[in-house]
Design a protein around this ligand. Structure first.
Ligand code: ABU
Length: 357
């Protein structure tokens, strides 16, 4: 693949996103350069990462160079694809994550939650991610925040020493999650917009104080509701729910039930469809040329980006899902993304909607 660099977008006159499916006008697309494996206390790695790769989650361990190169090409291609669809695209700054001790700029969805005109920076649980947004997106946030119609909420620094593991390190079996509730912690990817309702989950990186912190900062009229999710390894909701359009959502049948979804008024009258093709992660890796999924499950197939007007971007190898979506009246744009998958996410993780209108 030849790399053609996407032109940086013109600064949007506003920021506004109220759902995951209205026409996408302006977006941030991540950058993979210099990505390194993130690292944390062993109990967090055990709670969230695939066992066969646990050894890799240590400081100063870059992802294999061919994967980083491939991922950067795929992200550049994704950016160009969106520009060809009339979407204004912004890219993070290039950061030497080995030198900063950080992870990546490829997964901006984890770090920024956009609700209405408000951009909320995540209070990351993982210490190696605390400066991720400042380093890769700090300039963009400053420029966006200079617009009086846009509200940017930067994250407070965590206490030093951090208290999130107090009581857990001493007795790992004593808590449901890998973190306690001693200070706000959340990854933005544990939340999804459904109009004035934000559906979220508690997870190994998101606690109740994190949920309360978001509720405090969203514009008035928005309410967070927590979904009952059956997943002890929970970390991000965007391979669990996939709204395709107003009134139609695919859900992960191993993590949520239709009954639990129906408890939320936001899904009243929605058609809720259980994802039909369950596969092992090994089968997925074989089908995509053996590129390892260091950080994710086979459910990453659901982590796609809806562009609005029933258009969607899907990995080019996900043939069954493409056919299924086309059968549902979606126009599917196929793009290669298997190397980005190795780094930790797919099209939804690798993007942040700034304007959906
Ligand atoms: N952030 C993507 C989550 C992927 C997974 O559940 O495997």
């Amino acid at each position: 693949m030849t790399t053609i660099v996407a032109k940086h977008g013109n600064f949007p006159s506003n920021v506004t996103a109220n759902n995951e499916w209205a026409p996408l006008r302006s977006v941030i697309i991540g950058r993979a350069d210099n990505s390194c494996f993130p690292y944390e206390a062993p109990h967090m790695i055990e709670a969230t990462m695939p066992p066969r790769f646990h050894e890799a989650f240590k400081p100063a361990n870059p992802f294999p160079p061919e994967i980083v190169r491939g991922a950067e090409e795929e992200l550049g291609n994704f950016a160009l694809l969106l520009q060809s669809q009339g979407v204004n695209v912004f890219r993070p700054a290039k950061v030497d994550w080995l030198q900063t001790g950080g992870y990546t700029g490829a997964m901006p969805r984890d770090g920024l939650l956009v609700v209405g005109n408000t951009i909320i920076e995540s209070c990351f649980a993982w210490k190696c991610r605390v400066d991720e947004v400042a380093n890769s997106l700090g300039n963009l946030l400053s420029k966006l925040g200079a617009n009086p119609s846009v509200k940017v909420v930067r994250a407070p620094r965590p206490p030093s020493p951090d208290t999130l593991y107090n009581g857990i390190l001493e007795d790992p079996g004593s808590h449901e999650w890998a973190i306690n509730n001693s200070r706000p912690a959340f990854d933005a990817a544990d939340f999804m917009r459904f109009g004035s309702t934000i559906i979220g989950q508690l997870s190994n990186v998101t606690n109740m104080k994190g949920v309360e912190y978001i509720q405090l900062h969203v514009p008035s009229g928005y309410k967070i509701e927590l979904l009952d999710v059956n997943d002890p390894h929970a970390m991000h909701i965007d391979a669990t729910l996939l709204p395709l359009r107003q009134g139609l959502m695919v859900y992960n049948p191993l993590r949520v039930t239709e009954e639990s979804l129906r408890r939320h008024a936001a899904f009243k009258d929605w058609e809720l469809v259980s994802y039909p093709f369950v596969k092992s992660v090994q089968a997925v890796e074989e089908a995509t040329g053996g590129v390892p999924r260091f950080m994710t499950s086979a459910w990453l197939v659901m982590n796609v980006l809806v562009l609005g007007h029933d258009k969607i971007v899907v990995e080019e190898q996900d043939h069954e899902f493409v056919k299924w979506l086309e059968g549902r009246g979606m126009e599917v744009l196929k793009a290669p993304f298997r190397n980005v998958h190795a780094i930790g996410g797919s099209f939804h993780c690798a993007s942040v909607d700034l304007v959906r209108s």
